[in-house]
Design a protein around this ligand. Structure first.
Ligand code: AMP
Ligand code: MG
Length: 394
């Protein structure tokens, strides 16, 4: 059997970061930056008031309470400004440029709010309530680096630094397709021998959680020809394809039957539980990577975490390492098959981890109750309660 790590290495040797493209910042959410972004000007671009109040010369209000004449208003957005001479003040709004001559802002709360003359009740030290030019970003300073994932705050600073378009690696478009003659769409009645189809929904959600764009192509029966037709039609919009089911050792394995003759997809036994039957390769003229995951829901989920998620990161130009793991003490004895790496569903609480009841690869409710996978190495077949184990938080 093929070691888990080698299977992942084979996958990562094939997938490539997607070509960068320029997008409107409006459309950049979730993408990964493919350039360093600097601000062309200091931010803020000019000294401005941090509060609604009065721009003053600090020395004029040192002896507060004082009453001083107001020469006029400076609103946010005002350009041409009168200087504030000795003994005078200007009313200023938040974001308004500081008028020349003034070196402090007295918040309106410290005054009587007058418009012709104002009584100022408290002194303000020089620099009070002034936001300095460049206090956030210096001119030419990098605000975001290549490789940063663009979230809401990152969209904010792109706009705040004046950028309209930005170079990104797009979110990979991933088609998700289930196979199985026994599968009924959730929301429809179950016929004899049927189960509700869950993998396409689960894997679509997993793709989105991984920061990629998912297209759920639903499910097809166990006819290899039907599978190939749907795959062909879906390839157009795919940077990657995930299938579930139809890759194990039985009869009626449509994915294996359809793709084996192409010679570009390898079907292998990987030394893991759950998820032993795995397939990976490329399809179509564009050589689109395809992950053919086993059909048991827990197997397909674990396979996604171990193989597909790292590949999607690589396609986004993000660093790829082994899944982040922690060490914890297990609350019950564990068993694991010899020669396979086990990924047991478990609940991690602080530094202890409890395996959930129901470790079958069909037991989706147990997976949904778990928040972690306990990793048991290939050469370990049992562990006592209290043993220290490696845990992958989900
Ligand atoms: P297969 O890999 O096609 O042999 O399927 C293995 C097991 O997983 C069978 O019990 C299938 O009924 C089940 N299974 C396969 N595909 C799905 C799916 N999309 N949703 C739920 N269960 C599935
Ligand atoms: Mg099947």
């Amino acid at each position: 059997m093929k070691p888990v790590d080698r299977h992942l290495a084979d996958i990562l040797a094939v997938v490539r970061p997607l070509a960068p493209l320029e997008v409107e910042i409006d459309a950049a959410l979730g993408a990964v930056l493919a350039e360093d972004v600097a601000s062309p000007v200091p931010l803020p671009p000019f000294d401005n008031s941090a509060m609604d109040g009065y721009a003053v010369r600090a020395e004029d209000v040192a002896g507060a309470p004082v009453t001083l004449p107001v020469i006029g208003d400076v609103a946010a957005g005002d350009g041409g400004l009168n200087a504030v001479g000795p003994g005078l003040v200007a009313r200023v709004m938040t974001g308004a440029p500081m008028p020349a001559g003034a070196d402090a802002v007295v918040p309106v709360e410290w005054t009587d709010g007058g418009t012709a003359r104002v009584r100022i009740d408290r002194p303000a030290p020089p620099g009070n309530a002034i936001r300095r030019a460049g206090e956030d970003v210096l001119a030419g300073e990098t605000v975001l680096r290549e490789g940063a994932r663009i979230g809401a705050a990152q969209v904010g600073i792109l706009a705040g630094a004046g950028r309209r378009r930005v170079r990104v690696r797009p979110r990979p478009r991933v088609v998700v397709l289930s196979t199985g003659a026994e599968l009924a769409e959730p929301g429809t009645p179950l016929g004899a021998g049927q189960i509700w189809e869950s993998n396409s929904f689960m894997l679509t959600a997993a793709v989105r959680e991984a920061g990629a764009e998912a297209f759920r192509a639903g499910s097809v029966s166990d006819d290899p020809k039907e599978f190939l037709d749907v795959l062909d039609a879906q390839l157009l919009r795919a940077d990657a394809v995930i299938t579930s089911g139809g890759v194990s050792m039985g009869a009626y394995e449509p994915v294996k039957e359809a793709l084996s003759p192409l010679g570009t997809v390898a079907f292998e036994k990987v030394a893991m539980q759950p998820g032993m039957p795995q397939g990976f390769g490329v399809v179509g003229p564009d050589r689109v990577p395809i992950f053919t995951l086993p059909g048991n829901p827990v197997s397909s989920f674990v396979s996604f975490v171990l193989f597909v998620r790292p590949a999607l990161r690589a396609m986004q130009g993000l660093p790829v390492g082994p899944p982040e793991a922690v060490r914890a003490t297990v609350t019950a004895p564990l068993r694991s098959p010899a020669g396979k790496r086990s990924y047991l569903r478990a609940v991690l609480t602080g530094r202890t981890v409890a395996p959930v009841t129901g470790q079958g690869s069909h037991q989706l409710a147990a997976l949904a109750a778990a928040n972690a996978l306990i990793v048991v190495p290939e050469d370990v077949t049992s562990l006592p309660e209290g043993a220290e184990v490696e845990v992958i938080p989900l």
